[in-house]
Design a protein. Structure first.
Length: 180
């Protein structure tokens, strides 16, 4: 029986991915970042639900359920850097968080599951950087004038294939928002 490792996410527009990538590249020029593993530019997203490994034969059922989730387009604004217990470095959602939380809730409700959800955009994971160094990186990032907005008009079901050099993502299904 074949399985797929899956999650549901909102994609980040290419221009914002590039802005985030530029921030990371500048940071790498000026600071030793050993111990932090940055998310590859093409993999930047906002996770709505991590599903994990699922048998491939249940995929059609999952897609059918996700296709029933309806939502209207909404705008979000990302600004400010924070962390989860010094392990995950992320950009905060400062506007539109309630819409993302509502969408995540509707997805969970449709799937008959419940997850705690905190809207954020992960940019790095701390593999073994010392706490003081991690906080210094966070401080440097928060001195940047980074503020971006975009419209959320869809969410995606994404397969994550793990490799030693990092994951590769493949969109399996995309659900567009309802108009108006």
């Amino acid at each position: 029986m074949s399985t797929k490792r899956l999650f549901i996410a909102v994609s980040v527009p290419e221009n914002i991915k590039q802005e985030i990538n530029n921030l990371v590249l500048n940071l790498k020029k000026n600071k030793c970042l050993e111990g932090l593993r940055f998310v590859e530019k093409e993999n930047l997203h906002i996770t709505l639900k991590f599903i994990g490994y699922m048998p491939e034969e249940k995929l059609d059922e999952l897609i059918s359920a996700l296709d029933k989730v309806s939502f209207k387009p909404f705008n979000i604004e990302i600004k400010g850097f924070s962390h989860f217990k010094y392990r995950v470095l992320f950009i905060d959602i400062i506007k539109g968080r309630d819409f993302l939380e509502s969408l995540a809730f509707r997805i969970n409700e449709t799937l008959g599951t419940h997850d705690n959800f905190r809207a954020h955009l992960t940019i790095a994971r701390n593999k073994n950087m010392q706490k003081d160094n991690f906080l210094e990186v966070l401080d440097i990032l928060n001195k940047e004038d980074f503020n971006q907005s975009f419209s959320v008009k869809s969410f995606e079901l994404i397969e994550s294939v793990l490799y030693s050099h990092g994951p590769k993502y493949k969109t399996i299904f995309s659900k567009l928002s309802s108009s108006s």
